[in-house]
Design a protein around this ligand. Structure first.
Ligand SMILES: [Fe+2]
Length: 287
């Protein structure tokens, strides 16, 4: 078996061909995938046919499987409970409850689990049902975002941290007036060193970054807006239109992702798992 890597031509991302993710991965292929992942950040495997078990088994090649920070209230019928699986879906059961998480609509750019003490590094999302339009996933290259910052911002924010929050149900910017009581939150470095590539990445996002520590609200908002504008520039984004059977693995330490809007009456069912990362490391030479 030989795989081929086809870059998307955008700021990040590559398609991986010639592999059935149901099969065991030998060490040579695993190293090719790791090299491609480190280079392209987002890897898309089209035309897969994956059970929950096969998805978890594939992901476990790249780290310890993550478990969810909260448990789902309901699940799609026939879906076996596993603490490492999250169903991302807008379907409802007969009681009118959503059977999955993050059900409808647009979702701002974010890093998965940046509000946890040890954020998960890899996310693996598999498409089971997709809407006819929208519900695309956009990715930003956060290495390039850092590289594009003006030196004045690199200097100003060197060794600074920002508060990352997760408010259940949040799909847009955090509301600071409510405070952080009772919600997951954590200060993380603004410039991080990737544990594998050792490259510096920008680590703030529009959905979950509430405030830069040590700055007042107005000043922090102004700086964060500049950072978001740079990371979300059209030429720093790859946008994926899902087909059933796509599996995407992405690196949360080097990218952010967002979801475009889609018609709420259409079905969208995705299966997600993650692999562990570790404590975020502040970049040493960020200016
Ligand atoms: Fe996410």
């Amino acid at each position: 078996m030989d795989i081929s890597i086809e870059p998307t031509g955008a700021a990040l991302g590559a398609y991986v061909h010639g592999i059935d993710l149901n099969d065991p991965i030998d060490p040579k292929i695993k190293n090719q995938i790791l090299d491609a992942w480190h280079e392209h950040i987002v890897l898309i495997y089209p035309d897969q046919n994956l059970t929950q078990k096969a998805q978890l088994s594939f992901a476990s090649n790249f780290g310890r499987l993550g478990t969810r920070s909260r448990t789902a209230k309901a699940r799609p019928e026939g879906v076996e409970f596993n603490p490492s699986i999250m169903m991302v879906s807008n379907l409802k059961n007969e009681k009118g409850e959503y059977i999955g998480s993050l059900p409808d609509g647009e979702m701002y750019f974010h890093h998965d689990m940046c509000y946890m003490p040890e954020p998960h590094k890899g996310t693996y999302l598999y498409a089971i049902e997709v809407p006819s339009i929208g519900g695309n996933t956009q990715f930003t290259n956060m290495y390039q975002a850092f590289d594009r910052l003006p030196d004045s911002l690199k200097l100003l924010l060197k060794e600074k941290t920002a508060v990352q929050v997760y408010d259940y149900g949040l799909t847009s910017t955090p509301d600071l007036k409510k405070g952080f009581e009772g919600i997951h939150h954590r200060s993380q470095p603004i410039f991080i060193e990737h544990p594998d590539t050792k490259r510096t990445a920008l680590y703030v996002n529009r959905l979950m970054t509430a405030i830069i520590d040590g700055f007042d609200r107005e000043e922090s908002d102004e700086i964060l807006n500049k950072l978001h504008q740079i990371s979300e520039a059209p030429d720093n984004i790859f946008e994926h239109t899902w087909s059933v059977g796509d599996l995407i693995m992405w690196d949360n330490f080097a990218s952010c992702h967002a979801r475009t809007d889609f018609p709420s009456e259409e079905r969208r069912v995705m299966r997600r798992c993650t692999t562990a990362g570790g404590k975020m490391i502040a970049a040493k030479n960020s200016a």
